[in-house]
Design a protein around this ligand. Structure first.
Ligand code: HSE
Length: 382
């Protein structure tokens, strides 16, 4: 089966390598025919082209593997490929989470499918596991560490006392971070992954802007010192819950207890757990970022298509996101203490306090109203 590869960066070059190496008989059934690159300096292989139309108009190319990242032109190219009756495999969570409804509808209209294992969980077969679980079960909820960059930063800050900026630079060097690392450290990358996991787990389509999102951009050593003193570990956690007419979906740093299975997930690893009626809890752990683990997931989808395995088994329905029902106790460090007077339970340092048990939305509203762009918030496990 002939593939047109869009992008030859961290993920795209890994896809090309795995297919060219052809380690298994299934992979040897695949061939990269064309590779779209963005400028002349990338014309390193005779298959490289600067012209997307050479892929779009090639009738031999049945699958387009989009590994470009970013919203445009990735979205336009994916849509045009579907309109031409080509399957689309994408590792691009930002693009797919933003244009999911549009691309799914285009795929159905043209008798093809969109596959996105690599968009979420890196090399972990998380989406495949959700597909399998959904054949038998209703999934009630999931939660997990969805971002390798922030897990890498948090672990090395905790264990080696390293600085945030130094660890972010290293995660970029290792090919874990997004082109714009704000997506990682502000929690947006996890938001996209939570949204796509809701699509798979609950068969829902939702507005990503309604997913309450906090990141770790403002975390400081003193926050991790508070964790150490209280036997807690900070992880950036994404959560989705199905409630029938609505879903809950949010992203927030969490101070986890040391016996929480997610407390010891190392380096760039992801760990995600689903909970469903008859299977109960099932967790998946593996490398969540990096060239070959992510490329592995792309190639898994290419083999799925070659084997004629269509993962999209259920109809999707638009559901609102409502996070009012989620309550917790929050650690907040801010220079604007007074703005939080109503919700403070106790102070833990000059600038940080622990809230009373409040709803996530109450905490989010108080943070927004304070106007403090440098504050750090985490939910404290109870
Ligand atoms: N920037 C992402 C991460 C890449 O760090 O998890 C994999 O999606």
């Amino acid at each position: 089966m002939k593939i047109g590869l869009l992008g030859h960066g961290v993920v795209g070059s890994g896809v090309r390598k795995i297919i060219d190496d052809g380690a298994t008989w299934e992979v040897r059934e695949l061939a990269v025919k064309r590779i779209l690159v963005k400028d002349e300096s990338e014309l390193t292989d005779p298959r490289c082209t600067l012209n997307f139309d050479e892929i779009l108009n090639d009738p031999e190319i049945e699958i387009v593997a989009e590994c470009m990242g970013g919203l445009e032109p990735a979205h336009t190219f994916a849509k045009k490929a579907l309109e031409k009756g080509k399957y689309v495999v994408t590792s691009n969570k930002k693009m797919l989470a933003t244009y999911c409804e549009d691309l799914f509808e285009t795929a159905v209209r043209n008798g093809v499918t969109v596959h996105y294992e690599a968009s979420c969980g890196g090399g972990i077969p998380w989406m495949a596991a959700l597909d399998r679980t959904r054949r038998v079960d209703d999934i009630d909820s999931f939660r997990g560490i969805f971002n390798g960059t922030t897990n890498y930063i948090l672990e090395r800050m905790k264990k080696e006392g390293k600085d945030f900026d130094e660890m972010l630079a290293e995660a970029q060097k290792l090919g874990y971070a997004e082109r714009d690392p704000s997506d990682d450290i502000d929690g947006y990358d996890v938001k996209y992954k939570v949204s796509l996991s809701c699509v798979k787990a609950f068969d829902t389509l939702q507005d990503i802007n309604d997913i309450t999102t906090f990141g770790i951009r403002n975390i400081r050593r003193e926050d991790l010192e508070y964790c150490a003193a209280n036997s807690l570990t900070c992880k950036l956690i994404g959560t989705g819950e199905f409630h029938g007419d609505y879903i809950s979906a949010f992203v927030i740093p969490m101070f986890l207890k040391s016996d929480d299975v997610f407390s010891n997930i190392p380096l760039n690893f992801n760990a995600i757990e689903s909970d469903s009626k008859t299977l109960g809890a099932a967790a998946f752990v593996g490398q969540g970022a990096g060239s070959l683990p992510t490329a592995h997931a792309v190639v898994q989808n290419l083999v799925d298509i070659w084997k004629n395995q269509d993962p999209e088994i259920n109809d999707k329905a638009v559901r609102p996101v409502d996070n009012q029902a989620h309550t917790g106790v929050y650690y907040i460090r801010t220079a604007k203490h007074a703005a939080f007077a109503d919700i403070i339970d106790r102070n833990v340092s000059e600038h940080a306090f622990i809230t009373k048990k409040i709803s996530l939305m109450q905490a989010a509203d108080a943070c927004a109203a304070s106007g403090d762009e440098k504050l750090f918030i985490a939910e404290v496990a109870q």
